[in-house]
Design a protein around this ligand. Structure first.
Ligand code: UDX
Length: 446
């Protein structure tokens, strides 16, 4: 919405939420207190907030005033009932649709921005048509393809914009109205109009294909560790084939984030519910391989540290699911920490953007042990150097740029010997580290 406000000065954009704390954070004078860290976002907000971008809790008024409403609530994986652990929880979407139906007094275009299972637009339309009084709603699907950490550039230089809507005259008019917004900064050829179902499904499929690439290269990373092949060399060699392409072939400790796992599980659930068990199994394997990769990394740390990490200090460099974000949802670090704490290791984390409360909340959410116990085993410090003090090992869980240029000789001095480094992101110069005296393990290299 910030990018839309920035690119379309004549459009008034209002972001509303029922959570007053959230809205207060978005309105905070001090831009360091914005609830989301994203490179370039604070600068854009500084330019547009109070001009044509507003944040408020006055949901009903905003609904009444709007011509177009974007539903952008979260759709977590269900933790209860039918489809538990796989299906998307549509509770928030439904509540949203109901509040729109209740408050609207004029015709609206309603845009699904949240990632949803196929055919959700129909459900939204049903609720809107049956609960409102005579107001016309046009539902569009407009999935978001931005990635965290590069959100602003991904939006400004989007590969494509997808708009799904009905083929009826009013549906086409609504599609064109939404397209006109994006045409402020993108050429028309990049704005694809489809039917609603294709649009909804494409979002899930795009994420499934991306995650599949990561799982594929991670599967090969395990094989490289058993042979003399180097996974980056293999990735480069295959990526130069223009049919394969070079992106999303970086072996890692496992993918995380709010989308990949959730969307694949969703796809698996949908396939199963249509009786397509083989299709479901095929995509589920992408997740299973990812779980294996995280487990494999933790087990490798344990076996290398002479099969016991009990009472040992292990420094975690990074907690976020990738660099340039403070988001930790499904971060590999959570699962690796959990496995090591099971073996009574003491984890000391340094992440430039993630707060201790978040890390503890992530661990507590797994429910493996009590909150008190998690607090006993997890410490959080303010620098990479502090984390390495008296540590038996360092594990790189997030590829923050600052880890590359640390003074690794100082770190070596501060650590217990032998000093181990487990590079789960393949960002460190292993030859340099070896020459300092470190024992280095890099995922995807024997
Ligand atoms: C993803 C999609 O990229 C985006 O289009 C969609 O809108 C939302 O989901 P995001 O979750 O923000 O975006 O991050 P992404 O950059 O895709 O990375 C996901 C995970 O895969 C991260 O943990 C990342 O570290 C990992 N990854 C990515 C790899 O391990 N190797 C790679 O080569 C690429």
């Amino acid at each position: 919405m910030t990018v839309i406000a920035n690119k379309c000065p004549e459009i008034k954009v209002e972001v509303v939420d029922i959570n007053p704390t959230r809205i207060a954070q978005w309105n905070d004078e001090d831009l360091d207190n914005l609830p989301v860290y994203e490179p370039g976002l604070a600068e854009l907000i500084a330019e547009t907030r109070g001009r044509n971008l507003f944040f408020s809790t006055d949901v009903d008024r905003a609904i009444q005033e709007a011509d177009m409403i974007f539903i952008s609530v979260n759709t977590p994986t269900k933790t209860y009932g039918k489809g538990k652990g796989q299906a998307a929880d549509l509770k928030y979407i439904e509540l949203c649709a109901r509040s729109i139906a209740k408050a609207a007094t004029s015709d609206k275009i309603v845009v699904e921005k949240s990632t949803l299972p196929v055919r959700t637009a129909a459900a939204i339309k049903n609720i809107l048509d049956n609960t409102s009084s005579g107001v016309q709603f046009e539902i569009l699907s407009n999935p978001e393809f931005l990635a965290e950490g590069t959100a602003i550039t991904d939006l400004v230089e989007a590969d494509r914009i997808l708009i799904g809507g009905d083929e009826t005259p009013s549906g086409i008019a609504a599609r064109n109205a939404l397209s006109a917004i994006y045409e402020h900064w993108l050429p028309k050829e990049k704005i694809l109009q489809t039917n609603v179902w294709s649009s909804e499904l494409s979002k899930l499929v795009a994420n499934a294909f991306l995650a599949q690439r990561v799982s594929s290269i991670n599967a090969i990373s395990a094989l490289c560790e058993k042979t003399d092949a180097d996974v980056d060399e293999v990735a480069k060699a295959i990526g130069l084939d223009s049919r394969i392409g070079p992106k999303f072939l970086k072996a890692s400790v496992g993918f995380g984030g709010s989308c990949f796992q959730k969307d694949i599980l969703n796809l698996v659930y949908i396939a199963k519910s249509y009786g397509l068990q083989e299709v479901a199994d095929y995509w589920e394997q992408v997740i299973l391989l990812n779980d294996y990769q995280k487990k494999r990394f933790a087990e490798h740390i344990i076996s290398t540290l002479y099969n016991t990490v009990s009472g040992k200090k292990i420094a975690f460099y990074g907690w976020a699911f990738k660099k340039d974000t403070n988001d930790t949802r499904e971060a590999a670090a959570i699962y690796v920490a959990d496995a090591l704490i099971e073996e009574h290791a003491h984890i000391t984390v340094y992440d430039p953007k993630v707060k201790k409360e978040q890390m503890l909340a992530d661990l507590n959410y797994l429910g493996t042990r009590s909150a008190e116990e998690n607090e006993k085993y997890l410490s959080v410090v303010n620098s990479a150097y502090e984390a390495s003090q008296d540590a038996h090992a360092i594990a790189v869980l997030t590829e923050w740029d600052e880890f590359v240029d640390l003074n690794w000789s100082d770190i070596y001095q501060a650590m217990m010997k032998p000093a181990f480094v487990f590079d789960g992101r393949r960002i460190l110069d292993d030859q340099q580290l070896n020459s300092i005296g470190f024992k280095v393990y890099k995922i995807g290299q024997s």
